[in-house]
Design a protein around this ligand. Structure first.
Ligand SMILES: Cc1cc2nc3c(=O)[nH]c(=O)nc-3n(C[C@H](O)[C@H](O)[C@H](O)COP(=O)(O)O)c2cc1C
Length: 206
């Protein structure tokens, strides 16, 4: 029997917004979710730039570094290489039924729309589409070109949840963490994972 509540594939790509991805990963681990983690090369650059997180180049060292940082249980967090075609997310028969890409770049978004499957992030998303799983794309770019908009419309019509990393301010955030948590809470809500980061709008907080 699996000791974890559920399995989710989480990908971070090279869009701005690495702190969202890190916070989401932390929340998933805390919620006893087993996470298959995919990091694009550009994501590693953005993680270093925006969050001062230097992912070790060696896969085993990177795995150990992330397990320690997020206090993951044994086998809870699996960091996968970009061409690990034998991993669970690469195949329809073994893949988790839910996948989040946060943050998602316009490049990866385009590749998914066109079914490129040239790396494990694109392939895992392709598997979600063909298996009719839940795919959440938390994207970031501004302004948007016609290409971006067309790609987003096409993905939305395929059943993908297109979630702009555009936090609201009606909960009157006082800190950067609260702004980040606004978006992470929305993603957790869509994954059907209980969260206490942000209460629903107009809910009774007592
Ligand atoms: C600091 C930084 C911020 C970036 N921000 C964005 C962004 O917000 N949106 C985007 O689509 N690309 C952004 N890029 C460019 C992508 O990283 C680049 O297009 C890359 O090829 C995406 O590759 P990936 O989809 O494999 O991660 C950024 C790059 C850097 C270094």
């Amino acid at each position: 029997m699996n000791e974890f509540n559920k399995r989710i594939t989480l990908a971070l790509t090279g869009a701005s917004g690495a702190p969202y991805g890190l916070r989401l990963l932390q929340q998933l681990i805390a919620a006893n979710v087993q996470v298959y983690l995919l990091l694009s090369d550009a994501a590693k650059i953005v993680l270093a730039t925006e969050a001062d997180v230097e992912i070790p180049k060696d896969l085993q060292q990177a795995q150990h570094f992330l397990e320690q940082r997020f206090s993951a249980k044994q086998n809870q967090l699996q960091l996968l290489e970009r061409s690990d075609w034998f991993s669970a997310p690469a195949s329809g028969s073994s893949s988790p039924k839910q996948m989040v890409i946060c943050p998602c770049s316009m490049g990866t978004l385009s590749a998914i729309r066109h079914g490129s499957s040239n790396n494990l992030i694109e392939r895992a998303a392709d598997v979600m589409l063909k298996e009719r799983g839940q795919l959440i794309i938390a994207w970031r770019e501004s302004p948007l070109s016609t290409i971006h908009l067309e790609n987003m419309l096409a993905l939305s019509q395929m059943g993908v949840t297109m979630m702009p990393l555009a936090p609201g301010f009606y909960h009157k955030p006082q800190t950067l963490e609260q702004i980040i948590d606004f978006m992470v809470a929305r993603i957790l809500d869509h994954l059907n994972i209980e969260q206490t980061l942000v209460l629903p709008w107009m809910s009774d907080s007592t």
